[in-house]
Design a protein. Structure first.
Length: 201
């Protein structure tokens, strides 16, 4: 059988998804094709509504379905003296589920990675500094909830230098797990402990 052009297009797009290689993309494409409109219509709608209904919070840069600030940024009961810096919006959900943090979040949208050409100016670092400077409640501590890998360490070092100039204490999660671990894979009890036992930088 000759390769079908439209199927090839779908395989190409699917293989751009994280963790999906050429083979898995092919399997998924055939699955979608076989299921037909009963599957493709809801799938297309779900993809479209994610694009149309989700906005970036102008304060923390997480995602929200609200038109302005997200639920966490607009919650005045939270502690404005402590911030938690994360790599991706998904990390917030994970930390919230551990119920061990009451401050505000800030999403960097990545980590410094010279190898991939990601420099501090490509991340929401300047926005973090501006936000801290503009805060009505003086910010005393910033928890760096970054992955324990080279990029996470480089970013933590960069932020610690920057924040110490402003006399702000920086801490990092005490994982108790080996180097290279991703916070996505830590269960919420361990994550809660990692926040409680956070280490000074
Ligand atoms: Zn927000």
């Amino acid at each position: 059988m000759k390769e079908l052009k439209s199927l090839r297009k779908l395989v190409t797009e699917l293989s751009k998804l994280p963790g999906i290689g050429e083979k898995s993309a092919q399997r998924l494409a055939y699955f979608i094709l076989k299921r037909g409109t009963s599957y493709t219509q809801p799938l297309l709608q779900a993809i479209q509504s994610v694009e149309n209904e989700i906005n970036e919070c102008p304060k923390c840069f997480s995602y929200t379905e609200l038109a302005a600030e997200c639920e966490i940024c607009s919650d005045i009961k939270r502690d404005g003296s402590i911030y938690c810096v994360v790599e991706e919006p998904f990390d917030i959900m994970k930390i919230e589920s551990a119920q061990a943090f009451q401050g505000y979040y800030h999403v960097l949208h990545g980590t410094i990675s010279p190898l991939e050409g990601i420099q501090p100016e490509h991340l929401k670092i300047q926005e973090l500094i501006q936000r801290i400077e503009a805060s009505v409640t003086p910010v005393k501590e910033v928890i760096l909830a970054l992955d324990s890998d080279i990029e996470g360490d480089t970013t933590a070092l960069y932020l610690t230098k920057l924040l110490s100039q402003k006399k702000i204490r920086t801490t990092r999660l005490a994982y108790g797990v080996p180097f290279g671990s991703d916070i996505d894979y830590i269960d919420k009890r361990t994550l809660g402990k990692a926040i409680e036992n956070r280490m000074e930088l």
